[in-house]
Design a protein around this ligand. Structure first.
Ligand code: PAF
Length: 287
């Protein structure tokens, strides 16, 4: 696996593959790679001849006071993991390469507010503008035929799908099932912020989501079960930002006329220094 930092070197590598008619997949990451990222690489390998991975901790998607300065950076280990996973090219640009005019002076991609300015978009103002802007830049730089994103960041996945449709990016967006620890906790770089005690509490998030999802399939009222779930999590030491049931296709809060199997339950909660998010598609729940 080759590692490149400059755009010219990236383009040189890609050009050779493209002239040979090879199909290119992109896995965009912020590094500190775990099994969830490696699963994206494995899925990418099934769908393309060449897999490009990017590592870039994108300042535009962090609000003031968030964890940008302490976000874990583990480059050497990441490179080894990607090599072993069979990635072909790692692009890890400098901030100045992605934002030559500075972050604030860069053109931004604002995805339909009905989708991006709710849930995590409310708690993290500007977050999805930052995500959509950097991902669209990476799409233009790499020009992949297919790009893979984890379903753990479900709203992010829909935001990326939406801007690709709205702005006619010719990229197929594939969502990949959330990778979980043995106790159900969704894998995330931010799990590393948990203390040993909080790590024991953290899997409760998924257990409660699962319980809520089953109740919805049994016909309970979404509002009632969300409130109960939120209360249990707060009592256990979480500080819940939201527990919401939405239409899985577009995150609309209007569930009328749609069967529960077309819903998604989403949760975001702070536990100590970690903001954890998770979700369950009711279509995937076995009763
Ligand atoms: O999910 C992430 O790691 C980031 O939001 C992404 C998609 C790499 C954009 O910076």
């Amino acid at each position: 696996m080759k590692t490149v930092v400059e755009v010219e070197a990236l383009r040189d590598g890609l050009q050779r593959w493209r002239s040979a008619g090879e199909r290119i997949a992109l896995v965009a990451t912020m590094g500190n790679l775990h099994q969830g990222h490696l699963r994206l690489v494995a899925e990418a390998r099934k769908r393309a001849d060449r897999v490009v991975v990017t590592i870039f901790v994108n300042p535009m998607q962090f609000s003031a006071g968030e964890d940008l300065s302490v976000y874990p950076r583990t480059l050497g280990e990441d490179q080894q993991k990607l090599q072993a996973a069979g990635a072909d090219l790692l692009f890890m640009p400098q901030i100045e390469t992605i934002y030559p005019r500075g972050v604030a002076a860069t053109t931004q991609v604002l995805v339909a507010e009905s989708l991006s300015e709710q849930l995590c978009g409310l708690d993290r103002p500007g977050h999805f503008v930052g995500v959509a802007t950097v991902v669209s830049k990476l799409f233009n730089l790499v020009q992949p035929q297919v790009a893979l994103f984890g379903q753990k960041d479900y709203q992010q996945l829909l935001v990326i799908r939406r801007f690709c449709e709205d702005l006619n990016f010719p990229v197929q967006i594939v969502g990949v099932t959330t990778e979980r620890e043995a106790d159900g906790l969704a894998m995330s770089s931010r799990n590393g912020y948990l203390t040993a005690e909080q790590r024991v509490t953290a899997p409760m998030l998924y257990r409660q989501l699962h319980r809520l999802a089953k109740h919805l399939l049994e016909g309970y009222e979404p509002k009632q079960v969300c409130q109960q779930c939120e209360q249990r999590l707060n009592e256990a030491g979480f500080s819940v930002d939201y527990v919401e049931v939405r239409r899985a296709s577009d995150l609309s809060a209007d569930l009328s006329g749609t069967p529960p199997r077309e819903w998604v339950v989403l949760v975001a909660a702070q536990l100590g220094a970690a903001r954890l998010i998770d979700n369950i598609l009711l279509a995937d729940v076995v009763v």
